[in-house]
Design a protein around this ligand. Structure first.
Ligand code: NCD
Length: 311
């Protein structure tokens, strides 16, 4: 098994074998989870802290379940960022965590770069669970695993990532992962929601859904992240749905066996129509959540191999 780092802060910089090894390990955890067996001795005696400075249900519970399935002691800490100077809070938090002998630290923060800053101050292995508009590496891993299970590969697939690309850490991690693994990535959205760096990342840009979805193997929809928008970047939810919301008519331009994904939480009727989100054969949104637990188990397993024993 190759994983070159102490932390998982980003997908950017990982090479194909590192990603492939993580996905293979996650696949084995997916099978273990489905069999109903557990492996509770792997992280026995280890402390996992979920440190969330931003709201989350899916990601936090997924890490909690992953940690518990591997036998770790799991603690959830939700912190409000409104009151104090953020830099100071982070560093104070770091010394608290060190005093608690935390082994694995899962961090979500509204500021890009916060998990990286913490990783320089804590003894624990740090996992980025989403930082600002920067990255959300475990989401990209679970998306890739879900795609691989349906399509058997990542290489050569056409993946259309649609909607609010600019504010999405999910899109950024996915662009890095999928281009690294040889997929052909398209981003589809209004010009105001496509980041300037798209060209540098080696993805094709489309402003029209039908052109962007034509021949796609995977259609990944993203939430409109209004909390990160600084003004009127989209006219109205109704208007957005008309041009960029996924419905049967637009999906018909993708391959007939294409799969539909969404990281959640969904705005039904804004970026995706309910009938598509709940489609029994095309939607894999439920499976993404299932694969999330397996991927997080793989990441915890991989990082714990490099931790010193008996700290
Ligand atoms: C995403 C996130 O928080 O970055 N959600 C998630 O992790 N399941 C996407 C989003 O908030 O839209």
């Amino acid at each position: 098994m190759t994983y070159p780092r102490k932390h998982l802060l980003a997908i950017e910089g990982l090479e194909p074998p590192h990603i492939a090894d993580l996905l293979d390990l996650a696949e084995s955890y997916a099978l273990l989870n489905r069999s109903g067996k557990t492996q509770r001795d792997l992280l026995k005696g280890r402390t996992l802290i979920n440190l969330f400075f931003e709201d989350s249900t899916r990601t936090r519970t997924s890490f909690e379940l992953a940690g518990k399935r591997l036998g770790a002691d799991v603690i959830n800490m939700s912190v409000s960022t409104s009151s104090v100077n953020k830099g100071e809070t982070l560093l104070d938090t770091a010394s608290t965590l060190n005093a608690m002998h935390c082994d694995l630290l899962v961090v979500r923060h509204a500021q890009s770069g916060a998990p990286s800053l913490l990783s320089q101050k804590v003894d624990a292995a740090v996992i980025n669970a989403g930082d600002g508009t920067h990255e959300h590496p475990t989401q990209a891993l679970l998306d890739a695993l879900t795609i691989r299970r349906h399509k058997g590969r990542l290489e050569g697939l056409i993946v259309a990532i649609c909607g609010d690309i600019a504010h999405s850490r999910v899109a950024r991690s996915n662009m890095h992962l999928l281009t690294t693994m040889g997929s052909r990535v398209r981003v589809v959205g209004p010009p105001t929601l496509i980041p300037a760096e798209a060209a540098r990342l080696g993805v094709e840009v489309f402003h029209d859904m039908k052109a962007g979805l034509a021949g796609a193997d995977v259609v990944m929809m993203l939430r409109l992240q209004r909390e990160r928008m600084s003004g009127g970047m989209v006219p109205s939810a109704r208007e957005f749905f008309r041009f960029y919301g996924l419905d049967a008519e637009k999906l018909a331009f993708a391959k007939p066996d294409s799969i539909v994904m969404h990281p959640g939480p969904m705005n039904r009727g804004v970026e995706i129509e309910s009938a598509i989100a709940d489609h029994p054969t095309r939607s894999v949104i439920g499976e993404q959540v299932e694969m999330g637990v397996a991927c997080r188990m793989a990441v915890l397993d991989m990082l714990s191999r490099q931790l010193p024993r008996n700290r």
